[in-house]
Design a protein around this ligand. Sequence first.
Ligand code: HEM
Length: 557
Amino acid sequence: MLPKRTPSPPPAHHAQLPPDHFLALAPSFNQGNYEFPSGAPSTASAASNGLAPNTASLASADFDVDVRTGFLPPSKNVARLSGYYEMWEEALDAARGSGVGDGLQVGGRREKDQLWRAGVASLPVLPTSDLCASLPHLRRAHVVLTFLAHFFAHTSPPSTAEPKEPVPIPASISVPLLEISPMLGLPPILTYADTVLWNFLSLNPAVQSSLPGNPPRDIITTFTNTRSEEQFYLISSLCEIAGAEALGLMRRSLDELFVADATAIRRLTVYLRKLAAQIDRIGDVTMTLMKEVDPEDFYHLIRPWFRGGDGDGPGSAGWDYLGLASGEAESSTHEAESASTRGQRGKLFSGPSAGQSSLIHAIDVFLLVDHSPTEEERREAMEAAENRPEESGASIQMDSTPVGATEEQAPAHALNKPKSEATFLQRMLAYMPLPHRSFLIHLSTHPTPLRPLVIHCAQSHPALAEAYDGTLEALRRFRERHMRVVSKFIVQQARRQPGERVRALLGVEEPEEEKIEVDTGELRGTGGTALFKFLKRCRDNTTKAMVRPTGAGYELK
Ligand code: HEM
């Protein structure tokens, strides 16, 4: 099925990394500790015993955050690898086919799917050294290899053994993937960075940037060739563009916070109002999903490809990354890996979710919205971890407590949190590219004095408190609208059979029964969350941060 090839010379056009690029530097924070056995991704001044300056900024090139494009790369994404890496691209072309319904099918029951898998398993293990000189090429390699890994895993026959065997990922994919993933600070699984940040071309691809005047227009890689899948990624990238403007407003607010005199407070009030409008804009863009993405396509055709090694819930067998000696495999583990799978073959990484976007998390940190678990949730998580250690997830601590904060300065709910359990948002940090993760950790360990200032000035400058609450109200509105999207694209689809068109594409003839009973409490996102509880809690935490909270809102149904 795949053409036989012998390795040809490496691509000649790779640009050299500037010597001060983050990939070229040995990070000073790269010594292991309890939380990050393979090195802590933190640039916090706390890590240097207070000697390092606080360089926290909301648009910092050091963290690969661009003033114009935010978390999207300002330079052009690579659309195709060349030289001997063409082999991977050809395997991906063969998996995708040339149109809707022409590619591989989840379940891999057909001969076509089996031939493809055999072809990929017999590919040689390519060296990755020629990718290392260029960040855009390294990113494209992660996109290609993770799409291939998901194609391979989801066309593999289900294990009939008891207990289930992990899904094998062949050495031709897993070895290079495990080599390049640490260079990007990502786990060896498809992430939001692969489907969105590094997967678009702009309106004018000749121009080396994705400025607002030259926004993302074409998606490079999909599983299904459907317009819905392209639009799902594209709309997410347009949210990021709208978010870049929000980051700019937050950066200007930080400058005013630094001065904090009467003029600065007036300006801050204006910036917060503008920030609220920009968050509404992100919500407007998100709502275009309702029109542009077909919910049946999303739920039945696209989403099944996203499932990661933990896709079967707590009892998942995971994915087995073949081809490395056991010692090597262990040194390639990543923070996203659950502690319970270290040393085991089946790795339980989660599939991609827009919850892995750094944008909304950055707004949360700026406004000091705290998502740490409540006492009750902490107890529940501890019990779950004791009973089912595989559910405890990776532990990356990110709360909004200022470094050196006193009890009065820190939000009460952010103090005294144990380090042993991680919230969804903390877990999602591990699925972000290293510079973005470092950026969020840096911000959260140097939180803005915004909320304390708003509280301090509530009497003397009520307009500031109003603007602050207005921004949180806009963030709450975003979360409500997002819940409507989740309701339409997941909850409602889980309750009914797909129509004839989608059944034909799935290779399913007759629906088993028209209506499906769904326990909504059991519905899980690709990030592994219990959907209803999680999204409501994120919404309610936003309201809690208000100086004058408003009432409850939309219920997922
Ligand atoms: C069809 C479209 C979408 C669906 C079905 C969807 C679904 C989900 C689900 C199921 C979660 C829970 C986490 C998980 O387990 O994966 C989640 C979280 C999240 N999603 Fe989406 N999502 C969609 C689009 C978007 C877009 C366009 C954004 C843009 C910013 C976004 C932002 C977030 C954020 C920030 C979270 C974390 C929870 C929060 O902070 O409130 N999502 N999403």
